[in-house]
Design a protein around this ligand. Structure first.
Ligand SMILES: Cc1cc2nc3c(=O)[nH]c(=O)nc-3n(C[C@H](O)[C@H](O)[C@H](O)COP(=O)(O)OP(=O)(O)OC[C@H]3O[C@@H](n4cnc5c(N)ncnc54)[C@H](O)[C@@H]3O)c2cc1C
Length: 411
């Protein structure tokens, strides 16, 4: 029997790698610095709001096939929800107009021929221009490639690009957006159904994975920060932590599934993305009716997306480096006044929590993409996983899961 695999980091990449390995009967040891798993994708109890919240809204698409396979593996395929048709509703906060992008399910995009299914004031031929993405070069930005397609750009492409890349389209690379669109919109509505957790991120992505691992005898070591690795010429020979020293036997392997800055600290000479973008989420103890989709895209306000959750209304501001230092109370007031306009809510701001994820994802600029490392390393028994590795996708759950699956096949 092959030796154990040591997985460092229990975010989505580490959990995907660990569950994939465990499904094949491999013995896994999972090390996690925090006392909980999930990394940048988790839920927790917020004492002041008196309910559970997610660290941030996470939107997936039905075409995220690696994530869907991961959920099926851990028995959580039914834990996502979303509209039963491929729809993306928007509210324009400036004009007050509300409209819904509606796709047909099949591959042939006849929906572009229906005026009422398109973005208002766009023509069918505007959508044909999306083919430009097929020719996206490594240094093309989203704005340079698509920015002339007004009003399609302002009302759909820009918000989609910000959501997918967490980077302002003026500087964001077009190539990873092309990859997302190729796997969703271009495959038709069936691959473009918006999906998000019925209850919370941990209930969908984390807790069932931990249960799956426990059932298969995985050793879960929480509160265990790996601070260094001992190496020989071609192999990792040991893991070192503040209170631990683990020898890696010659037949054992290591999956390093930490964020990029930790990987670079542990592995001298590794080039990784080193510029990041923040995401802010505001959770209000209030309710809205978010219609058939359960969420709305917001145009012309501070935030881009609003989700109706069981106990809170959750709002996302992506690519938010320029808002990270804004006072939380001022931010809440600003966003609440947008929500009031859109949903006719009372003037008084309800209890809220602002969650600021400073390094939510790496900045998806052409320069940063060039810094993404491959999974393989110079050490024969060490492989990298994480949303920052060279998956071709932006830093998303799908990218992280795919990187974990790739690492598991190497390990
Ligand atoms: C607010 C927010 C909103 C987002 N929205 C979306 C969205 O809508 N759709 C989408 O698909 N994606 C979204 N993302 C991105 C998605 O969450 C990430 O791409 C994904 O969770 C990254 O997973 P990862 O495993 O690569 O990294 P991480 O989640 O960072 O996991 C790394 C793990 O390693 C652990 N670790 C670190 N150092 C050590 C060490 N020395 N020893 C042991 N363990 C260590 C960390 O504690 C962590 O648990 C969002 C992210 C944020 C923050």
């Amino acid at each position: 029997m092959a030796g154990r695999v040591h997985v460092i980091g229990a975010g989505m990449a580490g959990l995907a790698a660990a569950t994939s390995l465990a499904s094949r009967g491999t013995r896994v040891v999972l090390y996690e610095a925090a006392k909980w798993a999930g990394g940048r994708c988790r839920s927790y109890e917020d004492a002041s709001l008196g309910c559970r919240i997610d660290n941030g809204n996470h939107l997936l698409l039905s075409g995220n096939h690696a994530t869907m396979a991961y959920l099926a593996r851990i028995g959580a395929a039914d834990s996502l929800t979303g509209p039963n048709r491929p729809v993306f509703p928007f509210i324009d906060l400036v004009s007050g107009a509300a409209w819904t992008l509606r796709l047909n399910r099949g591959r042939l995009p006849w929906w572009v021929l229906r005026k009422s299914w398109r973005v208002p004031n766009t023509k069918a031929r505007d959508y044909l221009a999306l083919r430009r993405l097929d020719r996206a070069r490594a240094d093309d930005t989203v704005a340079a490639l698509l920015g002339d397609l007004d009003p399609l750009y302002d009302n759909l492409l820009e918000p989609l690009a910000i959501a997918a890349l967490n980077t302002k389209p003026r500087i964001a690379a077009a190539a990873p957006l092309a990859a997302v669109i190729a796997e969703s919109l271009r495959r038709g509505g069936r691959a473009s159904m918006p999906r998000f957790p019925k209850i919370g991120l941990s209930e969908s992505f984390v807790d069932p994975a931990l249960a799956y691992l426990r059932e298969r005898g995985t050793e879960l070591r929480f509160g265990t920060r790996i601070a260094g690795m001992t190496v020989s010429d071609a192999h990792v020979t040991g893991l070192v932590g503040p209170n631990m020293d683990e020898i890696i036997a010659p037949d054992e392997r290591v999956v390093l599934a930490t964020p990029p800055w930790v990987a670079a600290d542990l592995l001298a000479g590794l080039t990784v993305p080193d510029a990041f973008e923040a995401i802010l989420n505001l959770h209000f103890r209030a309710g809205i009716d978010a219609g058939e989709a359960g969420f709305y895209g917001l145009l012309g306000g501070a935030a881009e997306w609003v989700f109706e959750k069981t106990e809170v209304v959750s709002v996302t501001i992506s690519a938010a480096n320029d808002r990270i230092d804004t006072d939380s109370d001022a931010l809440a007031l600003e966003v609440w006044s947008d929500l009031r306009r859109a949903f006719g809510l009372p003037r008084t701001v309800p209890p809220y929590r602002v969650v600021k994820e400073k390094r939510a994802t790496f900045a998806a600029t052409p320069e940063q993409l060039a810094r993404r490392p491959d999974a393989a390393t110079r050490f024969k028994n060490l492989v990298l996983a994480g949303d920052y590795t060279a998956t071709g996708l932006p830093a998303t759950i799908e990218g992280a899961v795919r990187s974990g699956e790739t690492a598991a096949t190497f390990a």
